[in-house]
Design a protein around this ligand. Structure first.
Ligand SMILES: [Fe+2]
Length: 246
């Protein structure tokens, strides 16, 4: 089985379009989504409509997705995130809201597990350290778990009685082989708002037969998204940070 592993789209349709076209070119059997379909970007409805059409899709909810339905999550946001969520709520159809509502809090499947932040707190915890990785290990079974939320593509690996290892994905097309006896937590990075100082859209391809994960970065029309953000009156920081990749 081949899966496209997508995360943190954040209403960025131009980036999503480029990624899904590449996924089509590669050819996959299913789609895994690690959360945050909406928030920040200008095209929440368009992104939902596109994602709804994907076959064999499984998704978990991110904190931005959750804030549509829970005031406590909304209140946790910065002012510019709140502003973008108020805009988002006005744009979304009932069908799109129901689609987002259908995402689980966690996913535990045969080929992989998935959570947005971490199993300790799926919506607030930014999983970035070896200590957090180890604390999460008994919360999921199997070899592989995908996370999102930090918008930084990385791979954490753990072999019994060894120190956990953390590696960042550097480069535009990197394939790693997953080895037996090692457990992995992988963040495929963010499609719509990367924060590792690389502005290119980030996503991955899991190949369960070959036991590989391929991380791909793709350029997209950032200026087109920036002019939409500006013309729709969304906060300027949401536009400038796209080009900075942070
Ligand atoms: Fe996010």
């Amino acid at each position: 089985m081949k899966y496209a592993v997508l995360s943190d789209i954040h209403s960025n349709y131009e980036a999503l379009d480029v990624v899904l076209k590449k996924v089509d070119e590669i050819g996959v059997d299913g789609y895994a989504f690690c959360g945050d379909l909406i928030g920040y970007g200008p095209d929440p409805e368009e992104c939902c409509q596109r994602m709804m059409k994907l076959k064999n899709f499984v998704g978990v909810m991110g904190n931005h997705d959750m804030s549509l339905f829970r005031e406590d999550f909304f209140n946790w946001f910065s002012d510019y995130a709140k502003e973008s969520m108020l805009y988002t709520a006005k744009q979304l159809s009932k069908k799109s809201q129901d689609f987002i509502k259908s995402f689980g809090r966690e996913y535990h499947g045969k080929d992989f597990c998935m959570v947005h932040g971490s199993f300790l707190d799926p919506f607030r915890d930014y999983l970035l350290s070896a200590e957090q990785f180890v604390l999460n290990l008994d919360k999921w079974k199997g070899q592989l778990c995908f996370v999102g939320h930090s918008h930084v593509p990385f791979i954490m690996s753990y072999k019994s009685n060894h120190m956990p290892q953390i590696d960042l994905f550097l480069g535009s097309d990197v394939t790693i082989k997953m080895l037996p006896g090692i457990r992995y937590m992988i963040n495929p990075g963010s499609i719509g708002q990367p924060r590792d100082t690389n502005a290119k859209a980030s996503f991955g391809i899991l190949n369960t037969k070959e036991q590989t994960f391929r991380l791909i970065r793709l350029p997209y029309d950032i200026e087109a998204v920036q002019s939409k953000i500006e013309s729709r009156g969304l906060p300027t920081i949401l536009s400038t940070r796209l080009k900075q990749g942070k």
